[in-house]
Design a binder for this molecule. Sequence first.
Ligand code: EPU
Length: 420
Amino acid sequence: MDKLVINGGKSLFGSIEINGAKNAAVAILPAAIMASKNTCSIDNIPNIEDVHCLERILTSLGCKLKINKNSVEIDSTCIDNLNANTEDVRKMRASYYLIGALLGRFKKARVELPGGCPIGVRPIDQHIKGFEALGAQVEIKHGSVVISADRLIGTNIFFDVVSVGATINVMLAASLAEGVTTLENVAKEPHIVDVANFLNSMGASIKGAGTDIIRITGVKELKGCSYSVIPDQIEAGTYMIAAAACGGEVVLQNIIPKHLESISAKLIEMGAEIKEDGDSITIKSSGKLKGVNIKTQPYPGFPTDVQQPMSALLTVSSGRSIINESIWESRFKHVDELKKMGANIKVEGRTAIIDGVKNLSGAVVKATDLRAGAAMVIAGLIAEGATEVLSIEHIDRGYPNIEDKFKALGADIKRVSYSK
Ligand code: EPU
């Protein structure tokens, strides 16, 4: 078992590369199984546990994978198993994309219900509503989604809630449906556009991704292609916040500044300096920033996945900050951990009220989920003295080489193996 040991209080200086986007990669890998001809070569894949998990799942379906550090070649012409029922399927969220992908290509599948971070109730009713509208029969049996269709026929679907997962999943299935499918009230996150671009490179016909309405004209088959995943908006946002919190000057490379606008705007409001230059962004901060109010929202609003890292910064920002978490009902599990370090936070339902303190003090804390883990690392980097972050398997699910990247910026952080 590993933990991160951090001696806080160092300013951050230097330059690091941001990896490919986790939430795009974990949808693009399942989408690749829709190719009935040729192989998919996918580049800029982040080296994280969620990706490794999906690579094992794809292999269990019969795909042949050639895996390199940041790329993978997938031959899905030889799939011979439509029953995704391994431990890996159960433990991650994005395994639900296998439902849309297998349904689209084979018109049937059995996929165990997904796991993922414990951040609130995570229903998939909108995914199911979309599949049924396309003509599929869906049953939940013994913990699995059992789905089949004689034919998938394009139709109009208006989602009741804006959902990243449902938008992508139904887009996958509709790509191989007969006729035109119109999806309304869809999510607009950068990874929605990336998955649509990937499917179009495979021969799909998808228009409007990134707006409220997506129009998909079904095609008969999809084939392999070469593709590079977009940079990770959330990883970049996390490092921006760390730089703002610790003070110093940090350059992030391989990013798309437009995807970071809501985060940049908040950091500027707090007193940090941000400079965009092509595919890099520089964050300069004195480390003494002022508190702000935040409401998490679907893109282009402030991302829920950056709320937890941001709250670590707000614990030492002057005055009162109020966070309203509008996407997930239990995304404040990191608050009790931050309190162990001296933070002054009160949670009332979906609202956290943070009164800035002078500094945090190092403590033994745990990563209760992926982004909570990032928040605890940032808290440890700010704090006076030593912090140990436990349960870092959550962090490894989404942040490649987190300790190496912070070390390259001058932080005193190391990974230590220990037994319970
Ligand atoms: N929702 C429904 N019914 C559905 C689907 C969603 O009511 O059928 C609700 C959810 O309960 C939630 C809201 O809609 O309140 C948004 O959920 P969404 O479906 O957008 O979330 P998701 O697809 O399960 C993805 C990311 C999350 C990220 C959210 C929101 C992946 C694998 N996960 O989850 O990322 O928080 O979108 O942007 O893409 C993370 O990376 O740490 C993470 C949790």
